[in-house]
Design a protein around this ligand. Structure first.
Ligand code: GLU
Length: 377
């Protein structure tokens, strides 16, 4: 069964496991206090979904906004990274407490998980998160996930919960991700412009689709904006999950969007092998190799990447690190795990396989990136 309409996301048969992402602006009022009534209605929707057999994972923002108020920090706690980290550590307690209390009113147990980017970029930690989520869901709990903002420094941050939600969905083997936003979907241009039209269904996040996003969150409370939602949609698409953006503002936002079929639904591509999907959803590459037109064509035919087609090497990566493969026009063609470190790649660049043993002084590997360790974009 496949998700081809918005409403399929709320059907336990088509979407047995769903991630619901709630942004800061929905959860926290302009005065910095939680919007309890709104959240109570949303939790009732989540409880109804669980009762109908759908497993739900919540990705909730709001820690920074809630904590900023308690600590009296300016700019909603987003004035500096250290402010955000301090605010998050205070606000996360309140946030988790709120979810736990409201879920408990429906007899549901909340389970908190705080993740950093690295937790999901490292394959072993990613698989560990997968196992924990599976156990929690099987035990009937509702995982409530946020970024571990208090410890995540700039380099290891998602920075927005949209991409976190997509990666969590992937780790959990979810079928769908629902992003509750302050807007009811993706528009073909800045939605404030006259004549802007909402796109109901997107088949593939192409450069044209990216061009429609205007960036920056309108509320000033969250950090997402449409750009990060499209990045989340790309991760979801590669992982074989559907993703939808709906307006989170009404009371009972999920039912409201479903009955009106109002939102933007990003359709999944066919499910890739799990390891390849994880690779495709990775956000940080350790480096890149540039390839010529011949190698680019060979990759598209499904071949491994050979050193003979490499024209340049960038970054300081080790063997086994994820790197990008960049085509002659500067576009990223693929991502994969390098069989060599950056220094070895530079030495082998443009050289035929039969020369490799002499250059390296040891038996070479069959390819620079094996096709099993590579995902085409
Ligand atoms: N993790 C942040 C928080 O809880 C929010 C990130 C976002 O706005 O997407 O406040």
């Amino acid at each position: 069964m496949k998700i081809s309409q918005l409403v399929h996301l709320t059907d336990a048969k088509t979407c047995p496991r769903l991630v619901v992402k709630v942004g800061s602006a929905l959860l926290v009022g302009k005065d910095g206090a939680p919007r309890r009534e709104w959240l109570t209605a949303l939790v009732a929707e989540i409880a109804a979904a669980r009762a109908a057999g759908q497993e739900v994972i919540v990705v909730s923002s709001g820690a920074i906004a809630l904590g900023a108020r308690k600590l009296g920090l300016a700019k909603g706690g987003r004035g500096s990274l250290s402010d955000a980290q301090a605010a998050a550590s205070v606000g996360q307690i309140a946030l988790a407490g709120l979810w736990a209390e409201l879920l408990a009113a429906h007899g549901l147990t909340a389970a908190q998980i705080l993740l950093t980017l690295e937790d999901l970029e490292d394959r072993r930690r990613y698989l560990n998160a997968t196992a924990t989520l599976g156990t929690l869901l099987a035990a009937g709990a509702v995982p409530v996930i946020n970024e571990n903002d208090s410890v995540a420094t700039q380099e290891i941050r998602f920075g927005d919960n949209d991409r976190l939600a997509a990666r969590v969905g992937q780790a959990a083997g979810a079928s769908g991700v629902l992003l509750l936003s302050d807007i009811d979907g993706l528009y073909d241009r800045d939605p404030r412009q006259p004549g802007a039209v909402r796109i109901p269904v997107v088949k593939g996040v192409t450069p044209e689709i990216h061009a429609m996003a205007t960036g920056g969150s309108s509320s000033g409370l969250g950090s997402g904006g449409m750009t990060s939602k499209l990045q989340a949609a790309e991760i979801a698409e590669l992982a074989g999950m559907a993703l939808a953006i709906i307006d989170g503002q009404p009371t009972s936002p999920i039912a409201t969007a479903m009955s009106a079929e109002r939102g933007t639904l990003f359709l999944p591509r066919g499910r890739k092998q799990a390891r390849k999907a994880w690779l495709g959803g990775r956000m940080r590459m350790r480096g890149s190799v540039l390839v010529d037109a011949g190698a680019a064509a060979a990759l598209k035919r499904g071949s491994s990447l050979l050193a003979a087609g490499i024209t340049g090497v960038e970054g300081d990566f080790q063997r086994g690190d994820a790197i990008a493969v960049i085509g002659p026009d500067g576009e990223t063609l693929a991502r994969g795990l390098s069989e060599y470190d950056a220094g070895e790649c530079s030495r082998l660049k443009g050289r035929h396989s039969r020369e490799h043993e002499d250059i390296l002084g040891y038996a070479p590997r069959s390819a620079l990136i094996h096709r099993d360790q590579m995902v085409l974009l």
